[in-house]
Design a protein around this ligand. Structure first.
Ligand SMILES: *Cc1c(COP(=O)(O)O)cnc(C)c1O
Length: 392
């Protein structure tokens, strides 16, 4: 007989999923009701308002896609890109590469603006590309690049795109709830996020929001959206304001209870305080890591709080360290992706994982494991350095 699966209690400090708050897990265990049940529909309406708050938008088309962040990405591209459309993509890490894949599969023409990995997107390069491609219809970029830990100036990039009559698609999977993000003030046209990063929730849902200008482009399409499941015209029959809540697909009911709880918690904390919490614990973690002699790969002014990428010291084996952290401390940190594989660790401070006990646990575990491996770092100093931040 096969036994039930009982995972251990890990501390999740990688690039996501991050620690899920117990209140959210408890909410997900509540009784399943019908997805057209009037009480469930009432919960959906509340969720929309809560998501509008999280995104800082009044966009009516704001809802969670029933699939992970990658599906939110795809929802933006399949609805907004028509065959033949030129789309400028600013790439400074792994996720920009996926945007290119999306554009190509929609029959669009991607124009890549390459930035150094570990740096913010360069507005000057985007402007050059906009000048060189006057037929471009869309600009897409990642606000918080989880593969490197760099944040880009979304407000400036969106304003620039608009000057050249382009709509914008912004990846906010890792920024929502962790970094300042203002969809309406910054004029973002289409945005997608995920539940398992700074929202403290389980993976599997993707909040999205679309401006009136984006909806206008979708309405004036001459070709059908290539994906039936992600076609917003159809999804809105279920999620749209005043919609008849017609059956489109069975909503992931219990997962949505979890997101609702996560958003209630965010509303209680307030966005501003959530942003501050991420930067506060980042400062403590940074002090500890730097005291050990570990170096951040992103310049300070372009650094995310919720994703801390540091170089792996010379002579240290990446997988050995992460294995010891997992086995001895139940602690998960992230490996490098793509060209950064074996070169960096990515330490996440996302959502519920972003708290003092995790910062101190991570620093003391790293200190111990790197000490055992005779790594060339300073020992016994990290915790005290972090405590200086906490007691100031
Ligand atoms: C995690 C992530 C995604 C993908 O989200 P999934 O939920 O894994 O599909 C997309 N973009 C960025 C920047 C991410 O960090």
């Amino acid at each position: 007989m096969t036994a039930s699966f009982h995972p251990p209690q890990r501390t999740l400090m990688g690039p996501g999923p991050s620690d899920v708050h117990p209140r959210i897990l408890e909410a997900m265990g509540r009784p399943t009701i019908g997805h057209l049940d009037p009480l469930f529909v009432g919960m959906m309406d509340e969720m929309k308002t809560l998501l509008q708050y999280a995104f800082q938008t009044k966009n009516a088309m704001t809802m969670p896609v029933s699939a992970p962040g990658s599906a939110g990405m795809e929802t933006c591209f399949v609805n907004l890109v028509e065959p033949g459309d030129t789309v400028i993509i600013c790439q400074n890490g792994v996720f920009g590469g996926r945007m290119k894949e999306n554009v190509e599969r929609c029959g669009g023409i991607p124009v890549m603006v390459e930035d150094e990995w570990g740096r913010a997107v360069d507005a000057g390069k985007l402007e050059d590309a906009l000048k060189a491609n006057p037929d471009a219809k869309l600009v897409a970029f990642v606000h918080a690049e989880t593969s490197t830990g760099a944040i880009s100036d979304a407000k400036t990039l969106v304003a620039l795109a608009h000057q050249y009559d382009c709509l914008t698609i912004v990846d906010a999977v890792t920024s929502l709830g962790g970094s300042e993000l203002r969809v309406d003030d910054w004029g973002i046209d289409a945005i997608y996020s995920g539940t398992q990063k700074c929202l403290s929730c389980t993976p599997g849902l993707s909040p999205v929001s679309f401006s009136e200008a984006a909806l206008e482009k979708i309405r004036s399409r001459t070709s059908k959206v290539q994906s039936w499941f992600l076609d917003l015209n159809l999804v809105m029959g279920y999620w749209g304001s005043g919609a008849k809540r017609a059956y489109h697909h069975t909503a992931p009911i219990n997962a949505l209870y979890g997101l609702h709880e996560a958003l209630v918690m965010l509303e209680n904390e307030t966005l501003e305080n959530a942003w501050k919490r991420h930067s506060h614990h980042h400062n403590a973690l940074k002090a500890g890591l730097e005291a050990m002699g570990l170096n951040f790969i992103v310049p300070a002014s372009e650094r995310l709080s919720q994703l801390n990428a540091v170089s792996i010291p010379e002579s240290v084996d990446d997988a050995t360290v992460r294995g010891l952290l997992l086995n001895d401390y139940n602690l998960e940190i992230g490996a490098g992706l793509g060209p950064m594989a074996n070169k960096v660790w990515r330490i996440g401070l996302m959502g519920h994982a972003c708290r003092k006990e995790n910062v101190l646990k991570c620093l003391s575990a790293l200190d111990d494991v790197l000490g055992r491996l005779d790594a060339p770092v300073k020992h016994g100093v990290a915790l005290a350095a972090a405590q200086v931040i906490y007691s100031s």
